[in-house]
Structure formats: structure tokens, C-alpha cells
Design a protein around this ligand. Structure first.
Ligand SMILES: [Cu+2]
Length: 483
């Protein structure tokens, strides 16, 4: 039952009698202050909540470092995480005399009100109306200076088309089937964009570990920035929007997904568990988004009563019958390949040789609706530091080249293993994969397809007002597989 409405932060702030301080932003700022002053051992403290996502704090609590990236649990894990976080904040807000219906606003940087690709003003103001320091503001260094100065996120980072057009949850929109994965690869489409590049852009370039700089760029520090939760509310909203588009779009039904549970502390400091199936449909939770119709209650699925608190994490889908799981893409035969290249402040391009015995790539692109798709791989991707910017990857090197995605680095240095606590920045042996079937078809339609000349180009994507040095990234090899 929907008791709470998650609202557009830009609309809230602009509609305030004294912008940017609407009741919800002000209540959030005051609650963040109270939570930041709580001891990190308190599950309702700011630092504990951020550590649930990731942390360098030692010794780690069993509930810390739980975030799911690079698997089909990315969306449901973050939905449950910010839902309990929202309840904790609301309890503080109510205790402080704020709005009883407080809910987490979302930041629509893609197609919201004019100017909303800039960080919302309440997150840039140095002080609250009463002159107290504003804890929604994170200083330059821990947040990118251009963001605090009101620069705009660039379109190639905020564009949601590739994710929203994809009809399948897995592989594709929501990520690959895997057991719970702290940092996996590849990332699903919505995670790859806009989620990842916005993390890096807001944080900025990361040169050292330990949460001394670039909070949002490092998963172990990201949730220390109050904007994190509005970014994730937007990702959660996009998940719901994706479903609402229809066309066969649906959440996984395999028990490996639906019965996988994750545990969090609630506002009463009790441990609660929810499965992905429990949160797959918003009507089973207590909130809606202000730009979507209130979903009708599911006739066959009444809202579950809050389960009793548990003290242990439930086993992962134990005993569920093995279902048919989508296969990992990109294991098919190589049809074209090229050298590596270096990415920096100028566009770079790589020409691929189409293998002589390979089937026609164009024919393969048309067959991809039913059969195996075409994938572009970037292998042995290396960086010194973790770039806060992104590079757009396009098929074709000329005018009507087709974007196939962006390369960005949020969480990538952690993907070497499950030891996310191992301090490391930069990336070695990184891999990126892009489905290029639709881009090949579009090039063909535009009459720009040359079966013998396959070019991939890389274009730096810089936020408005970006003035730092552009980091260098080395791509070891570029190739295309069918399937
Ligand atoms: Cu995130």
C-alpha cells in the first residue's frame, strides 16, 4: 500500500517558498546531521548506513560491505537497502518534528525540469536557513568541484536509452545471473549507464583509497555523500519505468533470483530480511514515484505482513530447483579484432579487421533478434587512478557513428575478487562488453555500413565546468564476438 510518494528533488526545491529549502530537503539535511553525530556502531548512524554499502572501517560489522554490483541482484539489493535507509531517516525526521510523510526524493538528471542535470541546489548550499552548516553539502575534494559549482552532467552519461530499450532483464537491463556478488563484471545496462558514470562524475578522479577524496567514485565511500540515496532512488524509479514500458519487459522469475534474500537493520535497530521476489513489484512496498500512476494492488499477491526479525541471513535460495538461466554473453566465436589504444582528452579510434572466415556481421546483426547477438569487447583495460569521467564508445568513426555505451570505472578496481577491503585504485585487466547488434543495424539503415571496415571510436565525456586533468586509460585489445 502506497503511503509515501518519492518526489523529484528539483520540483520540490523550486516549489519551496524560500528555495532551495523545501520541507523535505530541509528535513533530510537535519536528519543527516543527527545521524552523522551518532556513533558508527549504531545501525541507524550515518557511518553505519554508508558502511552497509561499503567501507574501509575495521573491523567490519557482519552487515557491512554488502552492496551488489555486476550481477542481477544490483537492482533489488539497492531497492531494499535504500528502503530501510528511508525508514531510518523518516524516523529521525519525525522525531525532529519534520514531515511525517517524509520520503526519499529522487534526482532525475536525465529528463527532469530544465537545469536538473546539475546537482540539486540544497546539496550545494554551505549553510541551512538558520546558519548551521549544511550536511548535504560535501566539500570539494570529497565531491567533484564542478558538481558543487553547479555544472551539468553531460548527456552521454545521463542517457537512459540503451537500458530502457533493452527488452530483457537478464542478460541486459538488470545484469547477469550469478550468486550474490559484491563486485562482479560485466555490469547490467542500467548499472553501466547512467548509474556508474554518474558515481564517478560526482565523486571526481580517485587517486587514493580510504575515503579521503572522491566519495562517490569509490563504493566503499559512496554512501557517505547524501546525494547517493537520491541517485539510487532515481535508478530504482528507472527500474519501475522500464517495467511500465511493457513489451515483454519483466523481472526474473527464476527462484535463484526471487527467493534470494538480503538482510538490513530497520529504524528500530532490528534485522529484517526481504527477498528479491518481495520487492520485485512496488505495490508490495509502501511507496510510489510522483511521475507514475499508483499501481493497482496485485490481486494474487497481497502485501506481505512484516516478517519477524531474524538474526541470521537466510540461505540463498537454498533447495530451489535449477531453472533455465540466461547465458553469459560474449563467449561466441571472434569475428573481428583490432589493436589496443590509449584514451585521454582527445577522441581515439581503432580499426578492426573482419576475420575472413567470419559470417557476415550485418547478417548476424539482423539474425540477432532471435539468434546470438554481436558483442564488442574491450580487454585488458588499465588505469593508474580511477577516472571520474567516462568515454563514450561508438561504432563507426564518422558522422553517423552509433553510440553503444560508455566506459566508466565505479567499483571496477574492486572487481578483482571478493576482497573489496583490499585497498586499491585504478584498474588492471579490466573488461567491458557492449551489445552492438542494434548499432550495426542502424548503421546499415543509414547506409554507412562497410562490411570490410569496422571502426570503433572513443570520445571523452566531461561534465560542465570540468577542469581537472583528464586521466589516461589503456585499452589492450578490441574485438567482436558473435554470441
Ligand atoms: Cu550506486
Amino acid at each position: 500500500m502506497a503511503n509515501y510518494v518519492r518526489r523529484d528533488i528539483w520540483a520540490l526545491e523550486q516549489g519551496a517558498s524560500s528555495p532551495p529549502w523545501d520541507d523535505y530537503s530541509l528535513a533530510y539535511a537535519r536528519a543527516v546531521r543527527e545521524m552523522q553525530d551518532r556513533d558508527p556502531s549504531d545501525p541507524t548512524s550515518w557511518r553505519f548506513q554508508a558502511a552497509v554499502h561499503g567501507t574501509y572501517l575495521q573491523p567490519p560489522d557482519p552487515r557491512w560491505n554488502g552492496c551488489e554490483h555486476g550481477s542481477w541482484f544490483f537492482l533489488p539489493w539497492h531497492r531494499i537497502y535504500i528502503w530501510y535507509f528511508e525508514q531510518i531517516v523518516r524516523a529521525v525526521v519525525v522525531q525532529q518534528g519534520g514531515p511525517a510523510d517524509w520520503s526519499l526524493p529522487y534526482w532525475n538528471y536525465t529528463d527532469g525540469l530544465a537545469g536538473s542535470s546539475a546537482l540539486p541546489p540544497a546539496f550545494r548550499a554551505a549553510a541551512l536557513p538558520d546558519g548551521q552548516p549544511n550536511r548535504l553539502h560535501v566539500p570539494d575534494g570529497n565531491r567533484a568541484a564542478w558538481a558543487n559549482a553547479g555544472g551539468d552532467l553531460p548527456g552521454p552519461m545521463t542517457d537512459t536509452t540503451l537500458a530502457m530499450d533493452e527488452p530483457s532483464f537478464s542478460p541486459g537491463f538488470g545484469g547477469l545471473p550469478k550468486p550474490p556478488t559484491h563486485f562482479g563484471s560485466p555490469h547490467g545496462l542500467l548499472e553501466s549507464q547512467p548509474h556508474d558514470p554518474i558515481h564517478g562524475a560526482i565523486g571526481g578522479n580517485l587517486t587514493q583509497v580510504g575515503c579521503n577524496e572522491a566519495f562517490m567514485t569509490d563504493p566503499n565511500c559512496a554512501a557517505l555523500d547524501p546525494i547517493f540515496y537520491l541517485h539510487h532512488a532515481n535508478i530504482d524509479r528507472l527500474w519501475e519505468k522500464w517495467i511500465a514500458q511493457g513489451g515483454g519487459r519483466a523481472n526474473p522469475t527464476q527462484p535463484e533470483w526471487t527467493s534470494q534474500s538480503f538482510s538490513f537493520y530497520d529504524a528500530g535497530r532490528l534485522v529484517r530480511s526481504k527477498t528479491c521476489g518481495d520487492v520485485a513489484e512496488l505495490q508490495k512496498l509502501d511507496y510510489v514515484y510522483d511521475d507514475m500512476p499508483v499501481p493497482a494492488p496485485a490481486a494474487d499477491a497481497p502485501a506481505p505482513a512484516e516478517e519477524a526479525p531474524v538474526q541470521a541471513v537466510a540461505p540463498a535460495g537454498a533447495g530451489s530447483p535449477p531453472g533455465e538461466l540466461p547465458k553469459r554473453p560474449g563467449d561466441g566465436p571472434e569475428v573481428a579484432s583490432g589493436e589496443g589504444t590509449e584514451l585521454g582528452s582527445e577522441p581515439a579510434r581503432v580499426d578492426l579487421d573482419v576475420h575472413e572466415d567470419a559470417p557476415s556481421i550485418a547478417e548476424a546483426a539482423y539474425a540477432a533478434e532471435q539468434g546470438p547477438r554481436l558483442y564488442l569487447h574491450l580487454k585488458d583495460v588499465e588505469t593508474e587512478a580511477t577516472p571520474g569521467i567516462a568515454w563514450e564508445v561508438r561504432l563507426g568513426g564518422g558522422e553517423s557513428d552509433q553510440p553503444v555505451g560508455t566506459i566508466s570505472f565505479f567499483g571496477r578496481s574492486h572487481a578483482h575478487g571478493e576482497q573489496a577491503e583490499t585497498p586499491e585504485v585504478g584498474l588492471k585487466g579490466g573488461r567491458f562488453i557492449f551489445d552492438i547488434s542494434a548499432a550495426v543495424r542502424r548503421l546499415q539503415t543509414a547506409g554507412r555500413w562497410d562490411e570490410n571496415r569496422l571502426t570503433v571510436s572513443f570520445h571523452p565525456v566531461l561534465p560542465g565546468g570540468y577542469s581537472d586533468q583528464v586521466p589516461t586509460v589503456r585499452v589492450g585489445r578490441v574485438y567482436v564476438t558473435r554470441g
